[in-house]
Design a protein around this ligand. Structure first.
Ligand SMILES: Cc1cc2nc3c(=O)[nH]c(=O)nc-3n(C[C@H](O)[C@H](O)[C@H](O)COP(=O)(O)O)c2cc1C
Length: 376
């Protein structure tokens, strides 16, 4: 059975968290405060414990512990009834990891936990809140926003003006099934490769067809339709859209495109311009191994609501997992096509939203890959 102290930092050290009037405590460094309903909630990113702070006095009390204090000193001015309420509150805060004991040498209990030292708060919050266990919230396909937000269609509508539509060549799948590399060979020889050689539009078209096209679609009103592609997707929701920034792609004008995975076309959205160059420069600086701007930059964006409407607690987690499935698919197919591909860990989602005219919160970039032709 779960108890409040189960995940306490003191329990990790095999100790029982007990509040003593004469010892010193301060606010944990791993607390997040957020508004909820008509008050605030303080959440420990260590234990997952959430403490409701119903009024300004409780917020003030907790924040007063930014500087170490003894409960005895805090309780002294209070009458007996109020002192008892505050002591119980502080006891819960200690058990739940919201406050931490300070030793005589000034070090905090939680600072002695080495495995906490390597976490940035946003990573810890993400890990804790997107997994089951110490997460107090429901996790999974609860459709928690379905009655408040309309479903987003599986096929992305084009909101803005379009410069043109480029039909793309298709590979001969029957021939490939019979003659292409084996999976084992592709897996064993796959590497991240860095090349600034140009690639042909046909090679890009075949890469997109084999990795990103829609292979089946099914109406499912609740979800706005579900899709099948060659890579898997949580709930078959396929929120990912692929954008192409073409720089040295023979047969394709420099500029910004969106891949239409239903029609197997490139929708031309942006001319070559300084913003586009900055996207390419960002990609070049994300790797030490590229001597010039990449030939092609693939940007993976997510239409978040496709996933967030359905999956509670783990929507962004699922989206990033899906980016991984797409990355590996692109890696393997590129290997067989003789293209040089590398995933990139960092990208600028704001610049993406500016260049492709998307609403940052509705659809923005969650992954990037650079593609080059085979080096001669
Ligand atoms: C999620 C992810 C992010 C990556 N980010 C970068 C990056 O920003 N810059 C870079 O040069 N390589 C990046 N890489 C490529 C790795 O450096 C590469 O996979 C690693 O060195 C292992 O080499 P291999 O892919 O040839 O096996 C990334 C790979 C992955 C999977």
């Amino acid at each position: 059975m779960e108890t409040l102290t189960q995940y306490s930092p003191l329990s990790i050290q095999g100790r029982v968290p007990t509040l003593h009037d004469s010892r010193c405590y301060r606010l944990s460094r791993h607390v997040q405060l957020r508004p909820e309903h008509d008050g605030f909630v303080a959440e420990s990113l260590i234990t997952g414990h959430c403490e409701r702070l119903p009024n300004a006095a409780s917020v003030r009390l907790l924040l007063s512990l930014m500087d170490p204090a003894q409960p005895g000193a805090l309780l002294a001015p209070l009458d007996a009834r109020r002192a008892s309420v505050v002591r119980t509150f502080l006891g819960r805060c200690l058990e739940g990891g919201l406050i931490t004991e300070i030793a005589d040498d000034g070090t905090a209990d939680e600072d002695g936990i080495l495995s906490l030292a390597h976490w940035e708060p946003h990573d810890l919050a993400f890990h804790l809140r997107s997994r089951k266990g110490r997460n107090p919230r429901p996790v999974g396909a609860t459709w928690h926003l379905a009655d408040r937000l309309p479903a987003e269609d599986a096929r992305r509508p084009e909101h803005g003006s379009v410069l043109g539509t480029i039909p793309l060549d298709k590979p001969d799948l029957d021939r490939l099934k019979a003659q292409d590399w084996t999976l084992t060979r592709a897996l064993e020889e796959r590497r991240s490769r860095y090349s600034i050689a140009p690639l042909s539009l046909q090679a890009l078209a075949h890469l997109l067809f084999r990795c990103c096209r829609v292979t089946a679609a099914r109406k499912e009103a609740m979800a706005g339709g579900v899709l099948r592609k060659v890579h898997p997707s949580g709930g078959s929701l396929h929120s990912l859209e692929l954008y192409v920034v073409a720089n040295r792609c023979i047969g394709l004008a420099r500029g910004g495109y969106r891949y239409d995975p239903f029609a197997h076309t490139l929708v031309w959205l942006r001319q070559d311009d300084p913003d586009m160059i900055e996207l390419l420069r960002d990609a070049q600086t994300a790797t030490r191994d590229l001597k010039d701007l990449p030939s092609v930059l693939l940007i993976v964006a997510s239409r978040f609501r496709r996933v967030t409407r359905k999956y509670q607690s783990l929507a962004y987690h699922v989206i990033l997992q899906e980016v991984g499935t797409l990355y590996q698919t692109i890696y393997l197919v590129s290997q067989t096509l003789g293209l040089a591909v590398s995933a990139l860990g960092a990208g600028d989602s704001d610049r993406f939203a500016r260049v492709f005219n998307t609403d940052f919160f509705a659809e923005s970039s969650v992954g990037e890959m650079i593609v080059g032709g085979a080096e001669k």
